[in-house]
Each structure stands twice: as C-alpha cells, then as structure tokens.
Ligand binder design. Structure first.
Ligand code: ADP
Length: 499
C-alpha cells in the first residue's frame, strides 16, 4: 500500500455552503430543477464521495433551454458590441476576483491539484473572457470589387452571429473548456446553451452565476446539467440550435456530427482526441527537454487531449532521456487535489481508472515492458494511478495507437532523423506534436511536415487565447480560440448593390 499526500486546505465557508445548498441549472435567467425532478451526484474522485447533486436534464429541459436561448439571442444582439465587450471583460474580472473559490471547486470536482488549478485553470479562464471581450468590437466584414462591366457595383460581407449556439464539454478542464465555448459565442453575439460533463458540472454552474452578475442577459447563457446520451444527444439533434461546438472523444464527436447531419445541419466544430508525439533529437538540450517531455504526459494526470503520449528519442540519447523521465516521474507527488503539494491527482472516475489499467494490462499482454510505474495500490478509495512508462512497444499495439487519457507514456528510439516524420504521423489523430532540437532548420522542416494542429518546438502545451487550437485528421474539425475561434460562431453574408 502506498500513501498519498493528504493534508487538504480548508475549503472556504461560502463554497461549503454553496455545495451544501440545492444546485439547480440555469435556463432563461432562472435557476431550475429538471422537469423530471431527477438529479445526479457529482463525485469527488479523490474520495469517491458525493460533492453535490445537480439536475439531470433531458430532452424536455433542452427544449426549454433552446426557447430561452432564442429569446436570449435577440436580447444579447440588442446590446451594442461595446456593451457586450464590457460584459465579457467584467466576467473576466469576476473570475479573477473569485479565483481561490473557483480553484477549490475545480480541484474538488476533478481531483486536480489545487496548485495547478490556481496557476493554470482559473487565470486562463479569466484571461480568455478578457481576450474575447476585445473581439466583440472587432468582428467585421470586407468590401469587394466586382468584375462585371455593365454597371457600378458595391459589394461587402456582413459577419453575423450564428444564432443559438451550444457547447458540450469534457471533464478534464471544465472551467477553461466552458470559457472556450461561452466566451467566443457571446463575443460573436450568439446566445449559448452549455452542457458540462456529467462528471464535473459544478464550476460551470458557478460560472453561470458570475456571468449573470457580469450582466449577461437572461437566456443568453444557459447551463444545462445532464448525461451525454440524454441531454447531450438532445442538444446535438435539436433543430432550434444553429451551431454546436463539442470537445471530447472522437467517438462522441462522430455522433455529434451525425446528429447534426440528420437534424438541421447545425454548424459543427469538434475538438477531439489525440495521440501526440514528443520527438527528442540527440542535438537537443536534453536536460531542458526531460522535464517538459515528462510534464507533457503526466501533467493533469495525463488527462489532456494534446498530451505528449508517444515519446520518440534519437537512439544515442535514449537511455539518458528515459532515465531522466523516470526520475521525474518517480519524484512526482501523488495526492489529494486539495493538498497544495499534489502534482498528480486521481483520475476522473472509476471508469477512467479501469480504462487506464486495462490499457496498461493490455500493453503488457502485447509484449510491452513496464519501465516505470504500473500497478500500485494506494491507501485511499480515490481513483489514483501512478505515472507509468512503457517500453518495447510496437506500432501495432493499442497502447501506441489509441488515446489512453491517463499518465501512461510509450517510449521508443529512432535511428534515422528522416524516418521520424512517418513514425510521428502514423496515427489517426493529429492534434499536437512536440519537437526538441537545437537545429532550427530541422525543427521548421519537421514542423511543416507533421500532420498536427499545434506544433511546439523546445516547449510544450503553450496555450494562448491568441493562438488557434484544433486538430488534423480525427482530432477534430475547425479551430478554437483566436480570431478563427470566434468566427466559428458567425455566418458570413455577402451583399451586392447595383449602383
Ligand atoms: P470522455 O471520454 O472524455 O468522457 P466524452 O466524449 O464521452 O468524453 O464526453 C464529452 C462530453 O460529451 C460530455 O459532456 C458528455 O456528456 C457528452 N456526450 C457523451 N455522449 C454523448 C452523446 N451521445 N451525445 C452528445 N453528447 C454526449
């Protein structure tokens, strides 16, 4: 039995009271129960205890939310762009002001270390709202010349809000993911219905309160809590929704696209899974590369869509890199999320723990070797899994091909620098890739050849609201963040005038 770090900070009294009072969802400016009266528990994955109960929405509640959002869109569009910008900026300020409470809530609901929630999740969410506040006043069309000689012409495009938008998000970064959907939708002048993951509905509900306080009008923001196959499926099929932005598994992304096709062809953007390579050349600054490559897979307990889950190292430095990553992994502090020393929290759920265990077991069965980690029993009931490194893998193994979504790294050597491009691209995914080298020509050349939506060179996981993010191949459709992300919530209309 291995012990975890378990000296949690005391949670703030208002947050405790908030958790202990009945939680409702946000529809049309009101906090409501599901029409069915059904609820479900959101669990603390570090203890397996229920944190709070939230409404279990189904199709009837989604109908209500769409009605509210239809009115909400009209109201929101009656705000001048500068007024919308002010509201979004205020939302960012309120998130900053409630940083500690939000970090505690996020840590409780996901199990992630409070230190990471304070340093990454909450500030990024606040800054994303502020960044998108800027776009509310900057979306514009273009003017065009027309090549017909029989008259004088004036032609231009209008960039209009898509209408009623929906966001369906996963559980790994609930608050930040909520901001990736809500902030660009509102900046573009859409109303939005957000469905957080059933595992982590709480921070989205608190965010809904802050958005109302910031001045988002009733119906422009709706937060519907429920399961994927009921509330989620009803959203994906609803004919009153004009645009859906989904983040989650590739499997469910395909269901969303199918539901959109079979209903009203709502616009779809998808940010899906990955199996991203980290490539270390022998000429790299190896001491700098090791901790970054390790964080790329062990950060957030490996539950990151762009995790660097496949490590490829040029053979002369393989042993040094493997030893270094192993030492880094061994020193990581596994613990309860609310313990500020925790670097690796529990996995999200029992299902996730079983999935990760199943992959590691399967990899061993296929002939892979456990270089570090593997199966460790912990002295608490939470869903803890130790950082793990597998070697002696083959490209055909499930652990190399499929997204595990846990702290499990597969590591291999490569010999010829020219062979790494096909190896790295040998995946159905294409979300991200990381390259370590001191040869900039090589770095740029390879960056151009990798089929991935984000390439990080001598760094990993650098996210900025100003940088588009999304996937090639089965990692998704479209881009989030940046100008492209907000434009994804608009339609373009061309207007032609014969003068
Ligand atoms: P993960 O594997 O990370 O849990 P999922 O893709 O299963 O990711 O879930 C991501 C989000 O998609 C969650 O909010 C979940 O409720 C939702 N979801 C799951 N199944 C469906 C579905 N059939 N239709 C719409 N949404 C769904």
């Amino acid at each position: 039995m291995t012990s975890i770090l378990n000296q949690p900070i005391d949670i703030e009294r208002p947050l405790r009271e908030w958790l202990d009072s009945p939680r409702r969802m946000l529809v049309g400016g009101e906090w409501v129960n599901a029409r069915s009266g059904k609820t479900f528990a959101s669990e603390d994955p570090g203890t397996t205890e229920a944190l709070a109960h939230v409404p279990a929405a189904d199709a009837a509640d989604v109908d209500d939310a769409v009605q509210a959002a239809t009115l909400g869109a009209k109201k929101w569009q009656s705000f001048a762009p500068a007024q919308r910008a002010n509201v979004l900026w205020k939302a960012g300020e309120l998130i900053h002001q409630h940083s500690e409470e939000l970090a505690q809530l996020e840590s409780l609901d996901t199990g992630k270390g409070i230190s990471a929630a304070r340093a990454i999740d909450v500030p990024f969410t606040a800054e994303n709202f502020k960044y998108l506040a800027g776009w509310a006043t900057k979306l514009s069309g273009e003017t065009f010349g027309i090549s017909l000689s029989d008259a004088d012409w004036h032609a231009y495009t209008l960039r209009e809000p898509a209408g009623v938008a929906a966001g369906i998000i996963p559980w790994n970064y609930p608050l930040a993911q909520a901001s990736f959907k809500i902030a660009p939708a509102l900046a573009a002048g859409c109303s939005i219905i957000l469905k957080p993951a059933e595992q982590t509905p709480l921070s989205a509900l608190r965010l809904g309160e802050l958005l109302m306080e910031a001045g988002v009008p009733a119906g422009a923001i709706n937060i519907v809590t429920g399961f994927g196959d009921s509330a989620g499926a009803a959203i994906a099929r609803h004919a009153g929704i004009n645009k859906i932005s989904f983040t989650g598994s590739t499997e469910v992304g395909k269901l969303i696209l199918k539901a959109a096709a079979e209903s009203n062809l709502k616009r779809v953007t998808l940010e899906l899974g990955g199996k991203s390579p980290t490539i270390i050349f022998a000429d790299a600054d190896i001491d700098a590369a090791i901790p970054v490559a390790a964080e790329a897979i062990f950060g957030n307990s490996g539950q990151i869509c762009n995790a660097g889950s496949r490590l490829y190292v040029e053979r002369p430095v393989l042993e040094r890199v493997l030893q270094g990553v192993k030492q880094y992994a061994a020193a990581l502090r596994i613990g309860y999320g609310l313990d500020p020393r925790t670097q690796v929290g529990p996995l999200m759920s029992k299902a996730q723990l079983e999935r990760v265990r199943g992959y590691v077991q399967g990899g061993i069965g296929d002939g892979a070797s456990v270089y570090h980690g593997g199966f460790v029993d912990f002295d608490v009931p939470g869903y803890y899994f130790t950082p793990t490194i597998l070697t002696n893998t083959a490209p055909t193994m499930a652990v190399v091909r499929e997204e595990i979504f846990g702290p499990v790294l597969v590591a291999e050597a490569f010999d010829d620098p020219d062979e790494i491009e096909p190896i790295a691209n040998n995946t159905t995914y294409g979300l991200a890739a990381t390259i370590f080298t001191s040869n900039l020509a090589r770095a740029h050349r390879l960056a151009g050849r990798l089929k991935a939506g984000a390439v990080w060179i001598n760094c990993f996981g650098v996210f900025d609201p100003n940088l588009p993010f999304g996937g090639y191949k089965q990692s998704g459709i479209g881009r989030e963040m940046a100008r492209l992300g907000v434009e994804a919530f608009t339609e373009v209309k061309s207007v032609t005038i014969k003068l």
